[in-house]
Design a binder for this molecule. Sequence first.
Ligand SMILES: C[S@@+](CC[C@H](N)C(=O)[O-])C[C@H]1O[C@@H](n2cnc3c(N)ncnc32)[C@H](O)[C@@H]1O
Length: 226
Amino acid sequence: MFQKLVLDCVKTIQAGGLKNFVRVLGSTARDRAFDRKYGVYTSCMEKPRFSEKDLNAQESVTLHAATRAAPFLKMWKAFGLIPRGRFVDFGSGRGRALMLANSLGFEELRGLELDENLIGICHKNLSKFKLEKKYDILKMDFNKYIPEASDQVFYFYDPCEYGFLKKTAENIIEKCPKDGVERHVIYHNNLYEQTPFDSLEGYERLNKIHIEGNQFFLYRITDGLE
Ligand SMILES: C[S@@+](CC[C@H](N)C(=O)[O-])C[C@H]1O[C@@H](n2cnc3c(N)ncnc32)[C@H](O)[C@@H]1O
């Protein structure tokens, strides 16, 4: 875990420079205030643990860290999206992104998560946060998720390695309802210039933004639109 953490730090510095790395650390430190304000515990870096039968997913998993609150909210404003339908967090961890999405005005929220311990902590956090929206957390490998008609935003905060994410992106395109509804993917990763969504048909990159050292990509799912 310590080795992985150091490696992540080195990669972040290589990708965006020392100044950028310090800005990410700053936004992480400010998030302690988010936890204090709502009486929750989300600011934690840890290695997720999946059961034996999910070895494939376990091998590709990255460290758990929570989406930084202020950058996420600023990103949403900058992208100018309208919160409609259900927000789905692919790897919902301790629930930080779900809490933030709650305040944006989505009708529904869904988390997909494989680590049972994190699911338990997430439920506790969400009850303390007094989430107003209807929500559920599904214990499953998000690689096997079948998108539903009401899903409209698919959010990823760097949950796994490139290859595994690409499979998940392919699965979404294959299984997403072809009903003419506009759907978006938001991918948050501070390291890459190109993401698996760039290499697949069915996704159109609309935007990329840097906020306090945090990098967010916005895609529109074009497959299934008129
Ligand atoms: C970087 S954390 C992000 C947590 C949360 N989305 C947030 O922004 O606060 C990524 C999460 O994805 C989960 N995850 C990784 N691979 C997964 C998979 N194949 N299926 C379900 N959850 C997965 C991890 O357990 C971890 O909790």
